[in-house]
Design a protein around this ligand. Structure first.
Ligand SMILES: Cc1cc2nc3c(=O)[nH]c(=O)nc-3n(C[C@H](O)[C@H](O)[C@H](O)COP(=O)(O)OP(=O)(O)OC[C@H]3O[C@@H](n4cnc5c(N)ncnc54)[C@H](O)[C@@H]3O)c2cc1C
Length: 383
């Protein structure tokens, strides 16, 4: 317990967003505490596809993190993605930079280890924050037993899609936060054509959602399906049932998983897509990652934006504390960084999802003509 003193910064959530904030602050001289309800390593329901940019973004704050990651974690590496239609038509897409495949159980633990190796960040694992109480200046945080855990001057909500911090400190309702859902399961003995190609399957019946098979090392795969809530609820689609049916009915998927064994049931999670702009920072709080609804509405990816927003939050906090006294404009500067660097693309991609939902022929059409030079160049900027 740290009730006797007020920490400068308390970060709730040690996923990629929270770890990025901590990494950005580890040499600041500020008193920083990172809190997670889970003890690490902990499972996180995800497709486990990590853009290599995530490690590149962290390099300036953690020397050689990219090399260390590759050497110690030995992730799967994918350099292309195949987009497939139910009739077998496909478009192969080569990425400029490879992506990594590694279960979040290991990836998030790796990031946290890098943070804690500095010896400058205090970490409380297995400590769920159940209440956030606003003080005239800063916050009091209470644990699941209702006991005061600590006080802080600045609070960071990095507590994911069901963020308690977002609900407590800002005017965001919980309803508007869950814009999509997805499920995933692990399979072993998977018969993939290529271990460095992630596969995405489209079917008119599930548009604008998609089904995926992402290869993991040792012939394992992360298999999943996700969809925006509006389309899913309108058509009363149950994600797990739809996934099981898809595995049976889609010839390509059936072939790949024919001799595969499921390692456990499909498990689900929320996709808090970026939608309408809502406040992300105030006098003494900042929301990052899924807690700030920064998930890409087109791909469902959220790890890179969690890390980028976490680093923007750290940069903002450093500037704010340098001026001595916090004032309302200082942390609001974080919103300007998000609006400048992340928001324009997120907005465009939200529009694209709407079009894909309205025009079921669009994805099949793009897959058919995707190899034509101009379309392929356009896709490179979008995917
Ligand atoms: C099925 C599925 C597949 C996905 N696939 C991909 C993918 O392949 N690639 C990709 O980039 N993105 C993917 N995403 C999105 C990605 O998982 C998130 O965007 C990413 O995890 C966001 O990181 P974060 O740090 O903001 O939150 P999280 O990773 O959710 O971390 C939040 C942390 O906060 C802790 N916490 C929560 N509440 C409390 C509390 N009250 N007290 C203390 N601690 C708390 C949690 O234990 C957790 O560790 C997927 C999501 C889903 C649901």
């Amino acid at each position: 317990m740290l009730t006797e003193k007020t920490m400068d910064v308390a970060i709730i959530g040690a996923g990629p967003g929270g770890s990025a904030v901590a990494m950005g602050l580890k040499n600041s001289g500020l008193q920083v505490v990172l809190i997670d309800e889970s003890n690490f390593p902990r499972e996180k329901i995800c497709g486990d596809a990590i853009p290599s940019w995530v490690l590149t973004d962290l390099e300036p704050y953690c020397a050689a993190i990219h090399e260390t990651f590759l050497e110690t974690m030995k992730p799967g590496i994918f350099s292309s993605t195949s987009m497939l239609l139910s009739n077998g038509q496909k478009l192969n897409f080569k990425w400029g930079k490879p992506g990594y495949m590694i279960p979040r159980l290991q990836f998030d633990n790796f990031l946290l280890d890098q943070v804690l190796a500095s010896g400058k960040i205090r970490f409380f694992g297995g400590e769920k924050i159940s209440k956030v109480h606003k003080l005239d200046s800063g916050y009091e945080l209470f644990n699941s037993e209702g006991k005061l855990l600590l006080r802080c001057r600045v609070l960071i909500g990095a507590d994911g899609a069901s963020s308690l911090v977002a609900k407590s400190v800002s005017a965001r309702g919980s309803k508007s936060r869950s814009a999509g859902h997805a499920v995933r399961a692990y399979y072993k003995n998977v018969n993939l054509e290529s271990s460095d190609t992630s596969m995405v399957f489209f079917d008119k019946a599930f548009s604008p959602g998609y089904f995926w098979i992402f290869p993991l090392p040792d012939n394992r795969a992360n298999v999943g399906f996700g969809m925006p809530n509006t389309s899913r609820l309108k058509r009363n689609i149950k994600l797990t049932k739809a996934s099981e049916e898809f595995i049976k009915s889609n010839d390509s998927v059936t072939r790949i998983l024919k001799s595969a064994e499921s390692e456990g049931p499909f498990k689900g999670g929320i996709l808090p897509f970026a939608g309408k702009w809502k406040p992300l920072a105030g006098l003494d709080y900042i929301l990052v990652g899924d807690a700030a609804n920064l998930l890409d509405p087109f791909s469902g990816d959220g790890i890179r934006n969690a890390v980028r927003s976490g680093l923007f939050a750290a940069e903002t906090i450093l500037n704010a504390f340098q001026t001595g006294k916090l004032n309302p404009d200082l942390l609001k500067a974080y919103e300007s960084l998000i609006k400048k660097h992340l928001w324009p693309q997120l907005k465009q991609r939200a529009k694209l999802v709407k079009w894909v939902g309205r025009l079921p022929w669009l994805v099949p059409f793009v897959i058919r003509i995707g190899n034509v030079g101009i379309v392929s160049r356009w896709l490179k900027t979008w995917l």
